[in-house]
Design a protein around this ligand. Structure first.
Ligand code: COA
Ligand code: AMP
Length: 629
């Protein structure tokens, strides 16, 4: 079957379509039914099945002839380390860690926060939780203690699993002070923290801390615990309009079925092939394509600890691809832009044999045509943009290369994947014809593996995704579909921005700025950036009585965002202004400010009727070095 037949089949008869896909999973109790309608536009998949994710990702491969195949290749230019772990070794290590957790009382349904850098142990921690039915929540290492505390209070973990440090090119990131700070800030206190000591920066253990290796000693390896198909595999927090992150819940069975389907049909790899997603386990790409999907499908996954440039140079990607014979490679456009910036002619790729590579996949942010064309020319291979979200866990629209490679149209992530009935609606909820821009929505039900709800926040789930367009899931992206059915993603419809492929909330940054004692009001907008796609810029009005030197307040605000949200917010551009442009009803015209900042000649949008404010914004942008004229 080609793409079109497969897509139609998935929408016409989802029940048969997904039950067939489910045959590739090893069940403890196989599903007899795929879709369960729960009323009020709420759905579940494979609710009557029982299954274990870790068994499907590790044990079944050990039993079926892959025991000696590498499951994980660890390549860490930042520490100068390379190693590999077979499926059999991974089984021993994960069962031992899971046994240690079980001996300390972690049970099915308990939450465990994982705060780790890109080391194989991060995957082992995720899989150990899955083995015993515990629900992990991985927190990206670039978030500050406060963000960790918010997540601790929301998912109330029994334990934290962490490393002593992460490594950035310019510094060692000591995790222990961040964890201690978070526990201090949080109302909920986890019972214990498991710490993986790293040679680069070991830490002192406190009363509730246990050493990764010591605490497993003398405990029995844990068997796989079968869980209900709807059991949460994990919670992953992501940014929304306000500062409070949303805990996206991933249902176990749908996750297994859907991810396994994507490996051949989208990424065109066969079991045994090496697959590499250069991302971080703290993001959804890392969950799905560094950890779960490649392992479920019997591939070898690469855990890469480093940056695309600078460690040692812009040849790193090409070296890793050739050295480990990577078949399909996935990263964010920003990483390719960084490589292109340092090696515009691609000279550094020349020394490497990239013949084993089949295609490059890009996602996480808009893929600009220059970057796609540059990569296509350099590699002589297809470059596939694909569009998805933390909420879905895998591709909404992409090029199903393993099923039927469709012609690439640069600027489009191609077509909706099976199960996703993507439509474009106007503000009133009416369908728009081909070529017209509107809200991108997906007709309910969403396919298996996508979020059924938000952790502890069913009402927020309904309000955020199901209310604006009844019967549809609101993606938060705007775009259009062309005559050939190709989708184009143009912009977000909320306050989410995308900085270096990292999803951030400008509302969250505004909350931090507004907490500064001298700030009366503020606006944070995302402006276009050549490397990172977008960069946040803060505009602050100070209290009249403040009398402070502006530069001092700016420096304090920049530090405040770094301390409260984390370095990953990349909040470095901020400026004090006298006023912010507003509507008559007092709403700040953020979208207009973005248009001004990104317009080459600072053209005056019609919405600003006071030219003095426009001048002020122009001067402010020049002050911070963001000048276009
Ligand atoms: N732990 C601690 N700090 C981290 C971190 C982590 N895991 N990841 C990033 N940071 C820090 C960086 O050190 C940087 O700090 P600085 O302000 O002191 O320089 C800051 O957060 C901003 O990071 P980033 O926006 O990533 O910028 P960068 O200059 O370090 O790197 C790229 C730029 C493009 C090379 C890098 O973003 C990259 O490789 N991106 C790939 C995209 C990706 O993985 N996306 C995930 C979704 S697919
Ligand atoms: P995240 O949940 O962090 O994966 O971010 C999801 C958001 O990133 C989407 O809603 C889009 O706004 C954006 N995004 C992801 N992939 C793409 C893409 N291929 N093209 C355009 N935007 C994308």
């Amino acid at each position: 079957m080609g793409y079109h037949a497969e897509y139609e089949a998935s929408l016409q008869d989802p029940e048969s379509y997904w039950l067939k896909a489910a045959e590739a999973i090893d069940w403890d109790v196989a599903p007899t039914q795929a879709l369960f309608e729960r009323g009020n536009h709420m759905y579940e998949w494979f609710a009557d099945a029982r299954v274990n994710t870790c068994y499907n990702a590790i044990d079944r491969h050990v039993e079926n002839g892959r025991a000696d195949q590498a499951a994980i290749i660890y390549d860490s230019p930042i520490t100068g380390t390379k190693s590999s772990i077979t499926y059999a070794q991974l089984q021993t290590r994960v069962a031992a860690l899971a046994g240690g957790l079980a001996a300390k009382g972690v049970r099915k349904g308990d939450r465990v926060i994982i705060y780790m850098p890109m080391v194989p142990e991060a995957l082992e921690a995720m899989l150990a939780c899955a083995r015993i039915g515990a629900v992990h929540s991985v927190v990206f290492g670039g978030f500050a203690a406060n963000e960790l505390a918010v997540r601790i209070d929301d998912c109330t973990p029994k334990a934290i699993i962490a490393a002593s440090c992460g490594l950035e090119p310019n510094r060692v990131v000591a995790y222990k002070p961040l964890i201690d700070g978070a526990i201090e800030l949080a109302s909920h206190t986890p019972e214990f923290t498991v710490i993986l000591q790293r040679d680069q920066h070991p830490c002192d253990l406190g009363a509730n801390d246990v050493d990764w290796h010591n605490f497993q000693k003398g405990t029995a390896p844990a068997p796989c615990v079968p869980v209900e198909g709807t059991h949460p595999a994990y919670i992953l927090y992501t940014s929304g309009t306000t500062g409070a992150p949303k805990g996206v819940v991933r249902p176990t069975a749908g996750h297994l079925v859907a991810l396994n389907w994507t490996m051949k049909n989208i990424y065109d790899v066969d079991p045994g092939d090496v697959f590499w997603a250069a991302s971080d386990v703290g993001w959804v790409v890392g969950h799905s394509y560094i950890c779960y999907a490649p392992l479920i499908h019997g591939n070898t996954t690469v855990v890469f600890e480093g940056k695309p440039v600078g460690t040692p140079d812009a040849s790193t990607f090409w070296r890793v691809i050739s050295e480990h014979n990577v078949r399909s490679f996935f990263t964010a456009p920003t990483a390719i832009r960084a490589v292109k910036r340092d090696d515009p002619e691609g000279k550094l790729a020349a020394g490497f044999d990239l013949s084993g590579l089949r295609a490059l996949y890009l996602a996480g942010e808009r893929a600009d045509p220059d970057t796609i064309e540059w990569a296509q020319q350099l590699l002589g291979k297809p470059v596939y943009d694909h569009w998805w979200q933390t909420e879905t866990g895998y591709t909404i629209a992409g090029n199903p290369a393993g099923l039927e490679a469709l012609p690439v149209k640069i600027g489009s992530p191609t077509v909706p994947m099976p199960g996703y009935d993507v439509q474009i609606l106007d503000d009133a909820g009416h369908p728009l014809p081909a070529g017209e821009l509107g809200a991108i929505v997906v007709k309910l039900p969403l396919p298996p593996g996508t979020l059924p709800t938000l952790w502890n926040a069913e009402e927020r789930f309904k309000k955020s995704y199901l209310t604006a367009f009844p019967g549809f899931y609101e993606t938060g992206d705007a775009g259009m579909i062309d005559e050939d059915g190709y989708l184009y993603i143009m912009a977000r419809t909320d306050d989410v921005i995308n900085v270096a492929g990292h999803r951030l909330s400008t509302g969250g940054m505004e909350e931090v700025l507004a907490g500064h004692k001298d700030v009366a009001e503020c606006a944070v907008i995302g402006v276009t950036d050549q490397l990172k796609g977008q960069m946040p810029v803060g505009f602050m009005c100070l209290n009249t009585a403040s009398g402070r030197v502006h530069a001092e307040v700016v420096a304090e605000c920049v530090k405040r965002v770094r301390d409260r949200i984390g370095p990953v917010a990349a909040f470095k551009l901020a400026v004090v202004v006298d006023r912010l442009p507003k509507t008559r009803s007092g709403k700040i015209l953020r979208a207009t400010m973005v248009k001004i900042a990104d317009s080459e000649a600072y053209k005056m949008p019609a919405t600003i009727d006071d030219p003095a404010i426009l001048d002020e914004i122009k001067v402010a942008l020049k002050t911070i070095g963001y000048a276009k004229d």
